[in-house]
Design a protein around this ligand. Structure first.
Ligand code: ACO
Length: 431
């Protein structure tokens, strides 16, 4: 951690405490309260971590008011336009854009790890056919620690590196297998002559009975979806990975914990929920009814794909995603897709509505990603597994950063206790 640049003064009960403050390279100053309890005997209270920095990090920066997302300083729109997913993986993992040789070496290393242990096929077959692919992913990724014993020692930098490459390389294979299993088709082995995104599309959509040629425009759109989801600072699933890892848990267990957290509809599950909502709305004339429901305090309905804890402006990823949705739907000849029409009209109506303006609710990345994935042929149940696949590099980069941090401590929040105070046990006959 950097040296303190100034101090904040906290006064209560006629006592005054000086708290060190740190100035980040970007973003608000941070008050260091680590010694607060020892010195002042009080806790701070911040459920949902709305004002709490839980770690030092040099990977991703978000300016939510300006709608800016930077990976290692590079803006996401430039990365989505000019770079590609594996280069962004390198950037997130190692801190700099690779040279041509470094990139070739990295791509080679990832490609050499795309197959999974053959015995894991049996593991897949233990699931019910109708299991949600996220349920299968949580189980299979967690089980990787039972198959790859040679990369679970987190104190060994080499094993950490091998685990990182394995997870990035195998996640498309695992996600595609979860999909194939759910529709009763044979597993398709990876083909290492293909790029990362094309390989994933082939593992999902090819069958042994027919040739399958990957459309380069769809492959580019897939790669862009991966790039846009690669990392997002200390979000719920990343914080879950960090908390799991703080106890020294192995990387496969930590990433499985991240996948479990991502599954929720307030987080990664929102792209599935957004598309289902757009379909439920069905036609633009029903939009006012759903807008009214979203604004009604007594109705739990929310506009899925709208709002974000950090962005109080357009999610910069949503802008790229919207452009990508137009391109893909035009390519597939479905520009007049009714779901896209509802999405565009809903976005327009919501942005003009004072409720959404006052609460700074803008479309997030999930609003358009579901439309693209649907047009590509993915069922809604696969949307969140694809998000998990892409976010794996972010989880891994944050996990590696945390483990190398000399200040690493087990994560152990405190609480504002509201329960009963001490009372003696009462025998059952006297209750
Ligand atoms: N539709 C209608 N109202 C909303 C929405 C929405 N999508 N999102 C927030 N609000 C309202 C809330 O009702 C609340 O109103 P109030 O102040 O009158 O009580 C206010 O806006 C603030 O909402 P919070 O839930 O307190 O904001 P928070 O930062 O905790 O939530 C979240 C952010 C979870 C993303 C929320 O906006 C939401 O549920 N959105 C829909 C789900 C979604 O799209 N999630 C994807 C997130 S991005 C990602 O994971 C990739």
């Amino acid at each position: 951690m950097s040296e303190a640049t100034k101090t904040a003064t906290l006064t209560f009960d006629d006592k005054t405490f000086e708290l060190p403050m740190h100035t980040p390279t970007a973003g608000p100053d941070v008050i260091d309260i680590r010694k607060l309890y020892a010195q002042a005997g009080v806790f701070t209270y911040d459920p949902g971590f709305t004002s709490t920095a839980a770690c030092d990090s040099a990977i991703t920066y978000i300016d939510g008011d300006a709608g800016v997302l930077l990976h290692r300083g590079y803006p996401i729109d430039q990365l989505a336009e000019k770079s590609h997913f594996l280069e962004v993986c390198y950037l997130l993992l190692y801190g700099e854009l690779p040279t041509a040789d470094q990139l070739e070496d990295f791509e080679h290393r990832v490609t050499q790890h795309t197959m999974i242990h053959e015995q894991m096929h049996n593991f897949f077959r233990g699931f019910r056919r109708d299991a949600h692919p996220m349920a299968t992913m949580v189980g299979v990724v967690g089980a990787m620690s039972a198959f790859y014993h040679d990369s679970t020692d987190i104190s060994d930098p080499w094993q950490r590196e091998v685990a990182s490459i394995r997870l990035i390389a195998k996640m498309p294979t695992i996600a595609a297998m979860a999909y194939k299993y759910s529709i009763g088709q044979p597993f398709v082995y990876p083909q290492n002559s293909l790029d990362y995104a094309s390989n994933f599309l082939r593992m999902c959509f090819s069958v042994p009975a027919e040739d399958y040629v990957v459309n380069p425009i769809l492959s580019r759109a897939m790669d862009r979806i991966f790039t846009l989801h690669a990392d997002h600072e200390q979000n719920a699933s990343t914080s879950t990975v960090r908390l799991a890892s703080s106890s020294g848990a192995n990387p496969f267990a930590c990433i499985a914990a991240g996948i479990a957290c991502l599954w929720g509809p307030a987080h990664g599950g929102a792209n599935q929920a957004a598309l289902e909502m757009l379909r439920q709305i069905g036609t633009p004339d029903r939009i006012p009814e759903f807008i009214a429901r979203a604004k009604d305090k007594n109705d739990p309905f929310r506009l899925m794909g709208f709002g974000h804890r950090v962005y109080k402006n357009f999610d910069p990823r949503a802008k790229v995603m919207k452009k990508s949705a137009d391109e893909v739907l035009e390519l597939l000849g479905v520009e007049n897709n009714p779901t896209l029409q509802v999405a565009k009209e809903l976005e327009k109506v919501a942005l003009e509505d004072s409720y959404f303006a006052e609460k700074k609710l803008y479309p997030n990345v999930d609003f358009y990603s579901g439309i693209i994935l649907d047009a590509m042929g993915f069922p809604t149940a696969m949307f969140t597994p694809i998000f998990a696949l892409a976010r794996t590099v972010g989880w891994i980069s944050q996990w590696k950063e945390q483990i190398s941090d000399p200040q690493l401590k087990i994560g152990r929040p405190r609480q504002l206790y509201q329960g009963p105070t001490y009372r003696d046990y009462v025998d059952v006959e006297n209750r």
